[in-house]
Write a protein that binds this ligand. Sequence first.
Ligand SMILES: O=C(CO)COP(=O)(O)O
Length: 250
Amino acid sequence: MTIRPLIAGNWKMNGLRASMMEFEAMVAGASKVTGKADLLVCPPTTLIAAFAAKLSGSKGVTLGGQDCHPKPSGAHTGDISAEMLVDAGASAVIVGHSERRADHGESDSLVRQKAEAAWRAGLTAIVCIGETQGHRDAGQTVDICRGQLQGSLPEGARADNLVVAYEPVWAIGTGLTPTAKDVEQIHQFIRETLTARFRDEGSRMRILYGGSVKPSNAKELMGVANVNGALIGGASLKATDFLAIAADCP
Ligand SMILES: O=C(CO)COP(=O)(O)O
């Protein structure tokens, strides 16, 4: 079965209004790569509405948030709801990124509530999982991923409302990546887990790889079985790199 790849950029806490030029370059170049993959940019929340205004009907790039609160509104200072992301122009949201899990102590059950909030608002939830270096050294990669999948994915997940991103924590921002063989094994495990739980839908869900994806390694990583795109941090901040990665999808 062919699954259309998704190339998603997670800008993290980077980007000011001056970043509009870089985003415009992505939109301008999108038509050259949309034959290969869908493009999603997740800028900081402050930029979503301004970026959405620039899209004005262009379908080449969609926008996403980087986190959402489980509730639709209320007394939660500093938080952003899934409904607010939709209102700003987003169609997806990343939940359970390892930086949220580590910096904000987010548990699997909170991540699951956030994914449910995303669905309530009509957003696609991109749920992140992945082991730390310590887990890896202890041979616990599969166990950690199994637990995170079980705990973070709500019932009722479908191929059109859920994306799983496998992001080994030790590969994020380090320039290190697992071997293609390692990526193949863990993505195969994720696929089997999704299919066992969600049946047909699980067989069609996108599983992204994330962690130091760059133009120089994209071809190899994107060519691995059950890798249906990438979640990209640093290299998604530059239009040329982001588009080059998309162009390398099979
Ligand atoms: O965390 C990531 C994307 O969510 C990956 O970040 P890098 O691509 O900078 O390693």
